[in-house]
Design a protein around this ligand. Structure first.
Ligand code: IMP
Length: 191
């Protein structure tokens, strides 16, 4: 069965293709010649994942899934959450976002946070959602240089390294996206 992953991120595509069994041919947006700027205007992670999957399903009439991720920091009432990509403003860099988080948490004792990924899958018009959460804490300074986004300041529970210090294979196995993707893969095995 052909299944579109509503992304053009080559790294995400590779990770997902590795996990999902061979009965599925995973296509990117480019593969179906979708060059649209798909709207993500909802105010929840679940809502945005769903909106992206519906957009592709309704326009191309093809089974598909979409993901959305946010970093939720307890002391900031769940911020940056759904705004994780553009927390420091439109066109900001990962570094701008990291700096903003560190500034907002200056002098704050409670550093607890979690990453959350939601994947929305639409098969024959029916929607299913899969969630992946990893808990951890926000360090006071950046450590490590691999990964992306908030990786240099996020230390997952049970580890004494940040996501940016862990080997990519380790991060991918324990991460929010890894957990949500494994749930999706398990579901797809049984249909
Ligand atoms: P997206 O929904 O996957 O595009 O993620 C939204 C934003 O969350 C990204 O722009 C990053 O800032 C952040 N993010 C998502 N996944 C990760 C991760 O694995 N590590 C660090 N930051 C992430």
């Amino acid at each position: 069965m052909k299944l579109v992953f509503a992304t053009n991120n080559a790294h995400k595509l590779e990770e997902v293709t590795k996990i999902i069994n061979d009965d599925f041919e995973i296509l990117s947006l480019k593969d179906i010649e979708c060059f649209d700027d798909i709207p993500e205007t909802q105010n929840t992670i679940e809502g945005n994942a769903s909106q992206k999957a519906h957009y592709v399903y309704e326009k191309y009439k093809i089974n598909c899934f979409a993901d959305d991720t946010g970093l939720e920091i307890d002391a900031l009432n769940g911020e940056p959450g759904v705004y994780s990509a553009r927390y420091a403003g439109e066109n900001c860099t990962f570094q701008d976002n990291v700096k903003k988080v560190l500034e907002k948490l200056e002098g704050v004792e409670n550093r607890n946070a979690q990453f959350k990924t939601v994947i929305s899958l639409i098969i024959d018009g029916k929607e299913y959602q899969f969630e992946g959460i990893i808990k951890g804490k926000i360090l006071k300074e950046q450590k490590g240089s691999s990964g992306f986004g908030y990786d240099p300041i996020f230390q997952p529970e049970g580890y004494n390294k940040t996501f940016a210090e862990l080997a990519p294979e380790v991060k991918n196995k324990i991460s929010h996206r890894g957990i949500a993707t494994s749930k999706l893969a398990e579901f797809l095995k049984n249909i």
